[in-house]
Design a protein around this ligand. Structure first.
Ligand code: NAP
Length: 329
């Protein structure tokens, strides 16, 4: 059956301007880091993308290395585009990135012009696209001059292979330098992609959000549920098939006795707000003026529907914010 997007989709989502650019992004965007690889069930991945778009999620975030195997999330999304979303291409913001290890040898990672331009070409082939909307440098490279990396982003935009440039995981001062170089080259940076959630607040403390507001660059924050820790599914143990069931590191970092007690306290507040814990966690990252969009992941269509419900109650009282701070300690 030919897919027809839900006609009500644009009344179901809120959109926010990305920094001082012309682009508005949905408050919730879908990332394809996990659950869209060659090891996953294609029809489930496809249903998630359809569900997201039916809810007005116009932005889909990829990277060269998403899978597993690396590259397969882009191939999967390329198939979904050609089967379902091709007629809607101009309604979509599709992003990709380069910077993490992707192929053997000295050019398969980091921030050289060679790596970024070759990687962008590979991503376009896998996606079956002429251009992506945003192309990011995925992580700062301590050894390559920033001028070279930003020059490569500028070149990718000028050659029509991307419409906008972005950076990810850059600390505030390096981000500020990158923004200056890009501005001087005539390709202002659209967006920064940092990690941010109730359980990871480093960028709140080091002033990144203030830099972004001053510079007029939007923020799309990744892992806003701390990879599902803030979803409520871990309040009474570790369910089978959950991400933590496959990751000792997540269990050790967050699911200690003390960690679960915090999650239970946060869940108590969410219940009083009439929300699921996931909905409250997403509303909480969106409360910051610098944050344009929350970049979620999902393993089922129902999770996406649940998250979108957060838009019904986005406000926090001062007392609620103080209670969250007190719980997190
Ligand atoms: N720039 C970077 O360096 C970088 C790094 C990491 C991620 N990212 C981007 O950020 C995106 C999101 O990252 P993430 O997957 O860590 O995000 P996340 O939203 O923090 O976690 C997603 C996981 O939470 C669980 N979940 C989501 N909604 C749920 C719900 N309503 N109820 C119960 N569980 C729910 C699911 O895990 P289960 O599998 O347990 O169901 C899902 O896979 C990635 O896809 C990628 O695009 C970027």
């Amino acid at each position: 059956m030919i897919y027809q997007a839900d006609q009500t989709r644009y009344s179901r989502m809120d959109y926010k301007r990305c920094g001082r650019s012309g682009i508005k992004l949905p408050r919730i965007s879908l990332g394809l880091w996990q659950n869209f690889g060659s090891v996953n069930v294609f029809e489930n991945s496809r249903r998630m993308v359809r569900t997201a778009f039916d809810h007005g999620i116009t932005h889909f975030d990829l990277a060269n290395n998403y899978g597993p195997e690396p590259g397969s999330a882009e191939s999967c999304f390329g198939q979904i585009l050609s089967k379902d979303l091709r007629p809607y291409r101009d309604e979509l913001i599709i992003s990709s990135k380069a910077g993490y290890l992707m192929w053997d040898g000295p050019y398969g990672e980091w921030g050289s012009r060679k790596n970024l331009i070759a990687s962008c070409d590979q991503s376009l082939k896998r996606l079956g696209l002429d251009y992506v909307d945003i192309f990011y440098h995925h992580r700062p490279d301590p050894d390559t001059p920033l001028e070279e990396t930003m020059g490569a982003l500028d070149r990718i935009v000028r050659s029509g292979k991307a419409l906008y440039a972005g950076i990810s995981n850059y600390p505030p001062e390096r981000a500020r330098k990158a923004f200056r170089i890009l501005r001087e080259l005539g390709t202002p940076c659209l967006i920064h992609q940092p990690r941010y959630s109730m359980l990871f607040r480093d960028y709140e403390k080091n002033g990144l959000f203030e830099v972004l507001e001053e510079e007029g660059v939007g923020a799309i924050v990744f892992s806003p549920l701390a990879q599902g820790m803030l979803s409520g599914k871990y309040l009474n143990g570790i369910p089978e098939d959950s991400r933590a069931s496959r990751s000792d590191a997540l269990q050790k970092m967050y699911l200690t006795e003390e960690g679960v007690a915090k999650l239970r306290a946060l869940n108590g507040l969410a219940v009083r707000r009439g929300q699921s814990l996931s909905q409250m966690a997403i509303a909480w990252v969106l409360r910051r003026p610098a944050v344009t969009s929350a970049l979620i992941g999902a393993s089922s269509p129902q999770q996406i529907t649940d998250i979108c419900g957060c838009l019904k109650n986005p406000e926090f009282s001062m007392e609620e914010l103080a209670e969250i701070d007190a719980v997190l300690g």
